[in-house]
Design a protein around this ligand. Structure first.
Ligand code: HEC
Length: 199
């Protein structure tokens, strides 16, 4: 076969290829042919779409009445003495007294948030109290020892008289851990068995 014939043939193939590629061109902004789409397009409603199947016509459902968002357990008590007593009878400490890691965390949180006023040992001789803030009563004496854990939790959460509430700066679990730590300080001070809550 002559070179001329081969070039002629290759030229023809090139022309055919170019013509075919134009002929097969399609709009790439549109989906291609879907072969057996199966479950690609589910009959779901998107969150903000109107929905004929729900009573209020919205797809997004409101939370059921009484739902509590995770980590936002409500605290239904007022900053009153009666409510502190009520918290004492209704709330129980979810942290076991013999949880060493919790004790450690309680001691750290106590040192950060309570020690400035209550003192390192809880005796009420913190630096802030020494510099003019009304000194708190000792946490190691009868009055605090006889309070129930829930009552202490109420005081730490909402405050009492001159003591501000600590709900904003100390997490709920840390507050319970601090209470366990206070119990162990009280136990050490009075040689009561650790974790024995006065009733
Ligand atoms: C700004 C200073 C201050 C800080 C910080 C503080 N307290 Fe107090 N606390 C007080 C004062 C003052 C009182 C006394 C309130 C009163 O007159 O009833 C008190 C009272 C208490 C009582 C009641 C004691 C009793 O016998 O009536 C408890 C329990 C207590 N605090 C725990 C804590 C814990 C736990 C923390 C840390 C999370 C803390 N407090 C942080 C100042 C403080």
């Amino acid at each position: 076969m002559s070179t001329r014939a081969i070039n002629g043939g290759l030229g023809a193939i090139m022309v055919i290829a170019i013509v075919l590629s134009f002929a097969a061109a399609r709009d790439f902004s549109r989906p291609n042919l879907e072969f057996l789409p199966d479950m690609v397009h589910g009959p779901t409603y998107h969150a903000f779409e109107p929905n004929p199947h729900t009573p209020d016509g919205k797809t997004l459902r409101p939370p059921a009445p009484g739902s509590i968002p995770r980590g936002q357990m409500p605290f239904r008590y007022e900053r009153t003495e009666q409510d502190a007593l009520r918290a004492g009878s209704e709330l129980t400490n979810p942290i076991p007294a013999d949880d060493d890691a919790a004790q450690l965390r309680g001691s750290v949180a106590f040192a950060v948030f309570c020690q400035p006023c209550h003192g390192a040992s809880g005796a009420g001789d913190g630096m802030v109290a020494k510099r003019g803030f009304p000194p708190p009563p000792s946490l190691l004496i009868e009055h605090a020892v006889n309070m129930k854990d829930g009552q202490l939790f109420h005081i730490v959460t909402l405050g009492q008289a001159n003591m501000p509430g600590h709900a904003a700066q100390v997490s709920r679990t840390d507050r319970w851990k601090i209470i366990n730590y206070i119990r162990s300080m009280q136990a050490a001070a009075s040689k009561r068995p650790a974790g024995a809550e006065a009733t």
